[in-house]
Write a protein that binds this ligand. Structure first.
Ligand code: FA5
Length: 346
C-alpha cells in the first residue's frame, strides 16, 4: 500500500510538471482526487487492511491527499499569474505623449453660454444654485401663484410621473425652495441667486420650440429692490453675452408670479429682424421674461412682502445660444450631430 502511495506521488509530480493550462490542471485534479481518482481509490482500499495497517496507511493517504490539494491550489495561482502577465504582454501599448489623431471634443454651445453668464453674475455677487429636474406640482405651480385649474397651466403642459411628480416646466420651480433655504435677506445685503436648469414641456415642436430646453433664472430680493435694478441687470447680461449692441424691446407680459411682468424680446439674429421661420416671421424672439416678484410668491417662500421686494427673470438659455451662434433651428441642439455643433464653438 505504502509503495503504491509513493508511485501515485511520483506520477502526480511528473504529470503536474507537464501542465500548461487551468483546464489541464482541472483534469489532473479529477484524475487524482475525483470520485474515481487514484487517491480516492487508495482511500477506499483502506477498508481491506487490518486495523493496525489502516492506522499507518490511513495517515499516509491523507497526507498525500493534502499534499496534492496544496500543490494544485498553488499551481492554479501560478497559472493565473502567467495568464495575467501574458495579457499585459499582448495588450496594446499606449504612448500618452504622442499627439492624438482624433480631434478633441468641445463644450456644448449651451454650456458655453451658461458658463459665461454664471461668470458675469458671480462677479456681481450672485450665488449659483442647482434646481431639481423632477419637481412637485406644488413647487412648479402652486408656489409660484399658479393654483390648480389656473389657465396658465395650459401653457406649460408637461410629463407626469407615476408618483404624481412632474418634469419641471420652468426654472421658476426652484424659487420657493431657494427662498426657504436662504430666508429673508439682511438689511443692505440682498439675496442674489442664479439657477440654470433643464426644462420640459409637451410642445408642438418647431424651429424655436423644443420639448427639452434650458432656462436660466435669476432672482434678487432685498429691502429696496426696484424695476430699475431689474433693467440694469438685464442690460449687463445681454451686452456681456453678445459682446455687441443688440436690439431689444420690452413689453408688458403676464406671468402669475410677477407683478408687473415684462417680456424682453431680442431682434432675431437669423434674419436681423426682417422675418424668418425661426422668429415665425415676426422679427423678434421671446427671450427674457421678467418682472417684480408677486407678493404671494414671497409670502409662500417665507419672506414678508411688506418688508421686501424682488425681481426675477427667466432667460431662455437655449434660444440665447441660438441667437449668439446664429443657429436657425433649436432641434439641432439635441441632435447629437457633433459636426454641426462644433462649428459654432471653435
Ligand atoms: C417662463 O417659463 C417663466 N418661468 C419665466 C419667468 C421667470 C418670468 C421669472 C418672470 C419671472 P416662458 O414660458 O415665457 O416663461 O419661458 C421663458 C423663456 O423660455 C421663453 O422666453 C423662451 O426663450 C424659453 N422657452 C419657453 N418655452 C420654450 C420651448 N419650448 N423651447 C425653447 N425655449 C423655450
Amino acid at each position: 500500500m505504502l509503495d503504491n502511495l509513493d508511485k501515485i506521488r511520483q506520477q502526480f509530480k511528473e504529470e503536474l510538471n507537464a501542465i500548461n493550462s487551468k483546464d489541464e490542471l482541472e483534469k489532473l485534479r479529477v484524475a487524482f482526487l475525483g470520485k474515481k481518482g487514484l487517491v480516492t481509490e487508495a482511500l477506499k482500499n483502506l477498508r481491506n487492511l487490518s486495523s493496525d495497517e489502516k492506522k499507518i496507511a490511513g495517515k499516509e493517504v491523507n497526507k498525500l491527499k493534502h499534499e496534492i490539494e496544496e500543490a494544485i491550489a498553488s499551481y492554479h495561482k501560478t497559472l493565473e499569474e502567467r495568464e495575467y502577465l501574458k495579457e499585459i504582454e499582448n495588450a496594446e501599448h499606449y504612448d500618452y505623449t504622442i499627439p492624438s489623431s482624433r480631434e478633441a471634443g468641445t463644450l456644448h454651445p449651451i454650456t458655453i453660454v451658461q458658463k459665461k453668464i454664471e461668470d458675469i453674475f458671480k462677479t456681481m455677487g450672485f450665488i449659483i444654485e442647482d434646481g431639481l429636474e423632477i419637481q412637485t406640482e406644488y413647487n412648479n405651480f402652486e408656489a409660484v401663484n399658479i393654483p390648480k385649474n389656473h389657465p396658465a397651466r395650459d401653457m406649460q403642459d408637461t410629463y407626469y410621473l407615476e408618483n404624481g411628480q412632474i418634469l419641471k416646466t420652468h426654472t421658476s420651480a426652484a424659487q420657493n425652495t431657494i427662498m426657504k433655504k436662504y430666508g429673508a435677506p439682511k438689511k443692505g445685503e440682498p439675496l442674489k441667486v442664479l439657477f440654470p436648469g433643464r426644462c420640459f414641456r409637451n410642445e408642438n415642436l418647431d424651429a424655436s420650440h423644443e420639448n427639452t430646453f434650458f432656462q436660466l433664472e435669476g432672482m434678487m430680493i432685498g429691502d429696496d429692490i426696484s424695476i430699475s435694478n431689474l433693467i440694469y441687470f438685464m442690460k449687463v447680461l445681454l451686452s456681456e453675452v453678445f459682446e455687441r449692441d443688440v436690439k431689444v424691446r420690452l413689453r408688458p407680459g403676464f406671468f402669475p408670479f410677477v407683478e408687473p411682468g415684462f417680456e424682453l424680446d431680442i431682434n432675431c439674429a437669423i434674419c436681423e429682424g426682417s422675418g424668418c421661420s425661426t422668429c415665425k416671421q415676426s422679427g423678434w424672439i421671446e427671450l427674457l421674461p421678467c418682472g417684480m416678484i408677486h407678493p404671494n410668491v414671497l409670502k409662500m417662500g417665507g419672506i414678508d412682502p411688506d418688508k421686501y421686494t424682488g425681481f426675477a427673470f427667466g432667460l431662455g438659455l437655449t434660444r440665447l445660444a441660438m441667437m449668439k451662434y446664429n443657429i436657425k433651428d433649436i432641434r439641432l441642439f439635441n441632435s447629437g450631430n457633433l459636426k454641426q455643433l462644433k462649428q459654432f464653438t471653435r
